[in-house]
Design a protein around this ligand. Structure first.
Ligand code: M6R
Length: 592
């Protein structure tokens, strides 16, 4: 996915932009480029391929070794194939204005058709129209800022746009509409711009996020934000992450590192929640509506189960992409939106729909300063640290930690201390599960040869198998279908055969025996069964058995999910897939 970086200040722009771009590499890209202003001219270098190729290209050509302002980009092709020409930044005809862009300009063909009469296009991208629009407007209005604003007003679609102009080298201009963009404040060294907070962390933790429709004028010593010509005041926020957290730290993949961070994540998220426990004023409501997408939606399903069982409050969980179209949303409801990134377009639209109905919105967000965190009435920070792997792992555990604690909080006094005690025992049990990694690897060698899997669980293990099946699909590309174990006999049992894997999640809990009966229905038909269960359960007729430590029945997802994450991770790596950048997927999905 595309990434944007910009810098203006005292330091060498090249030495800021390249390392920041390298920290965007995990997003996946096919070309990279940089433009700086030197002696009143834009100097440009761009290359198909990896950033290392751009670096080697820059060292071979006559590229300025020092400049104080520049922009850089990693491109993931949408309009036009990966090539040097299609790589960003793009220039207009005179070569004085450079533009980088994330997102999609939906009206680019109409704009291009008009512009082609007077402009020479050198790429197939939608982005290039922006450079030519600024060029035209600059001739009319004379000021870079006004021309930029005018050009941006003509764009339809989603975009984060960043531009420099050799005639006004004291500024970088930025605009955002439905694609993330933040400004990093690097004290006396200047200011940065990025599409992604982790790329800034080696320089600063102080950021100002931009909102939709805003334009920012970023100079060495100042940042001015405007909307519709009016100044917007916004205080910077301190990101609670450090640069080390966004590195692989010796792990082969970010995903593996993030799986191993989970014991700590549960501790940190619990501490964060308990520190805000007293401020939590959710007001009066009769029902809770939870929304989210993908993994965050699965966390919501567990949240429903806990809140209904522990706090006895009715909960509805809807996919954000579906909730938006509901005619009826019950007014006296509390609305909870769950999102790792806080930038998921579907979730944001669902929140806006809830707000139209006057509902109070509480969000569970991992990225502070994200759009969702700014549009919510109350934020419960999931505090998992930066998650770089595209497949969500540790943020799922942090989300379910918050939801479990929320259920306890909403339940009143009687069981609180016991339940808080129970969750504090969870991190050491997750450590025990992670110690099974080598054993799970061996099982994965066989799983990697299969083409289809059913993931089956009842009650609390049903959202777990949904999450486990999603993980397997996302990174190993093996088809996996989650089903409530009791529903299997109503249809999917027809798929059971020696070549179809059935992964049963059945910890020792109130539904254990019933799930095991379903398991026997599969093994009796020569199905290949992996059983994830509690130690010392007596179940025969399984192909492989993975045993988790004994745990209070409400907390089993904290142990069964890491098993499924490791199963997916090892299977995908055995198949040779890039688990951190699975095909077709983005870390934050800003399109609807
Ligand atoms: O950032 P969000 O939590 O809102 O993202 C929601 C989904 O896009 C995300 O969980 C997606 O399903 C992941 N690829 C799961 O691994």
């Amino acid at each position: 996915m595309c990434g944007i970086v910009g810098y203006i200040g005292k330091t060498n722009a090249l030495h800021v932009i390249i390392p920041s771009l390298q920290r965007l590499e995990y997003r996946g890209y096919d070309s990279a480029g940089i433009a700086v202003i030197k002696d009143g001219e834009i100097r440009l270098a761009k290359k198909k391929g990896k950033i290392s190729e751009l670096i080697s290209f820059v060292s071979r050509i006559d590229f300025p070794t020092f400049s104080r302002v520049g922009i850089g980009h990693t491109r993931w092709a949408t309009h036009g194939p990966p090539s040097d020409n299609n790589a960003h930044p793009h220039l207009e005809c005179s070569g004085k204005i450079a533009v980088v862009h994330n997102g999609i300009i939906e009206n680019f063909s109409e704009l291009r058709k008009k512009l082609e009469k007077n402009h020479k296009f050198t790429s197939e991208t939608d982005t290039e129209v922006i450079a030519h629009l600024i060029e035209d407007a600059l001739k009319e209005v004379g000021s870079f800022e006004k021309a930029f604003e005018f050009a941006v007003k003509q764009l339809e679609g989603t975009f984060a746009v960043v531009s420099i102009f050799s005639g006004e080298p004291d500024r970088i201009l930025c605009a955002r509409y439905k694609a993330p963009l933040v400004i990093g404040l690097w004290d006396e060294n200047g200011n940065l711009v990025s599409s992604d907070i982790p790329s800034l962390l080696i320089f600063t933790k102080k950021i100002i996020p931009l909102s939709d429709g805003e334009i920012a004028i970023v100079k060495e010593n100042s940042v001015e934000i405007k909307k519709d010509g009016f100044r917007v005041e916004r205080q910077p926020i301190e990101v609670p992450w450090d640069a080390q957290q966004a590195e692989k730290s010796g792990f082969k993949h970010f995903m593996l590192k993030e799986i191993y961070e989970q014991p700590h994540v549960v501790v940190d998220t619990t501490a964060e929640f308990l520190s805000r426990w007293d401020e939590l004023n959710l007001g009066e409501f009769q029902k809770i509506i939870i929304t989210g997408c993908g993994t965050s939606y699965h966390a919501g399903l567990l949240g429903k189960l806990w809140i209904e069982h522990i706090a006895k409050i009715p909960v509805e969980v809807d996919y954000a992409s579906e909730l938006r179209y509901k005619d009826y949303i019950q007014k006296n409801s509390l609305f909870i939106a769950i999102s790792q990134s806080g930038e998921t377009a579907d979730t944001l639209e669902a929140v806006r729909r809830a707000k139209e109905e006057g509902l109070k919105v509480v969000s569970l967000v991992n990225v502070l300063g994200s759009t969702l965190s700014r549009e919510s009435d109350f934020v419960l920070h999931t505090n998992a640290g930066p998650e770089i792997g595209v497949a969500a792992t540790k943020t799922f555990l942090s989300q379910i930690t918050v939801l479990y604690l929320l259920a306890v909080f909403l339940s009143g006094q009687s069981r609180k201390s016991k339940m808080l005690y129970d969750i504090q025992k969870v991190p050491e049990k997750i450590e025990e599960v992670l110690a099974l990694s080598d054993f799970i690897y061996e099982i994965s060698e066989d799983v990697s040869k299969l083409k289809n899997a059913l993931y089956l669980g009842r009650w609390i293990s049903y959202p777990v198998v949904m999450e486990g099946a999603l993980k397997l699909k996302e990174i190993s590309y093996i088809h996996a279908e989650p089903y409530p174990a009791g529903e299997m006999k109503h249809g999917p049992i027809a798929l059971v055969s020696p070549s179809t894997l059935s992964v049963f999640v059945a910890p020792r809990d109130r539904v254990f025996k019933k799930t095991i009966s379903n398991l026997h229905e599969v093994s009796a038909r020569h199905g290949k069964v992996i059983l994830i269960t509690t130690k010392n359960t007596d179940v025969k007729d399984v192909w492989k058995k993975i045993e988790i430590p004994d745990v209070e029945e409400f907390l089993s997802p904290f142990l069964t999910v890491p098993v499924l994450q490791l199963l997916a991770y090892h299977t995908a790596t055995i198949l040779g897939h890039d688990v951190d950048q699975p095909r077709n997927l983005a870390k934050s999905v800003t399109v609807e």
